[in-house]
Design a protein around this ligand. Sequence first.
Ligand code: SF4
Ligand code: SF4
Length: 207
Amino acid sequence: MIGSGVLKGMAVTARNFVGSYFEKDRLITVQYPEERNPLPENYRNFPFLIYDGNDAEAGLRCVACKICEKECPPQCIYITKSEDKKPDYMGKPQFYPAVFDIDISVCMSCQICVEVCPFEAIKMDKVFELSRRERFDALLMRKNELTKSNSYYHEIHPMEAAEVDAKLAEAAEAAAKKKAAAAAASTTSSAPPTPATPSATSRSSTS
Ligand code: SF4
Ligand code: SF4
């Protein structure tokens, strides 16, 4: 029948309109900004850099490998590698980004930087109220604006952050075992040979 689609649509609207007086789930609009709908776990907006512990510089996971910079489709990441090194979460000396900028006016929230990072150092944020009045570099995010703690990551993506923590703990444990095994092997090889016992020597000379 001609117009049946329109009638069905109107029925859905009427059902939700009347139902919204009785069921809160049917009330799909909120009084923003006073009221906000919770964002889903996998909501993403722009990237941020993670640090462990309380010190954003010392705990920064990024090692300035520049993979994300190379892979970013619109080329909106700019990194300058440090000249010195600092220990990473496993205590291994690593470079760090002296400069890490993301131009979020260009970023298309594709998450490719997150997918390619081998160090779990960059993740997607949920902050979306980022409009600015200025026309030029107000949306160029500097390293100090991009760095956020691992606790913050747990708040915005709890399931994903727990998986990442477990993966990093497993990697740290495997590295510690490998180091201990290497240390044990080098101790054994550097030990002096055990001298032959006198009875064994005399038996072999007699025969
Ligand atoms: S989300 Fe995509 S566009 Fe934005 S910085 Fe990462 S790779 Fe580049
Ligand atoms: S965020 Fe990851 S991929 Fe990008 S430079 Fe840092 S460690 Fe490398």
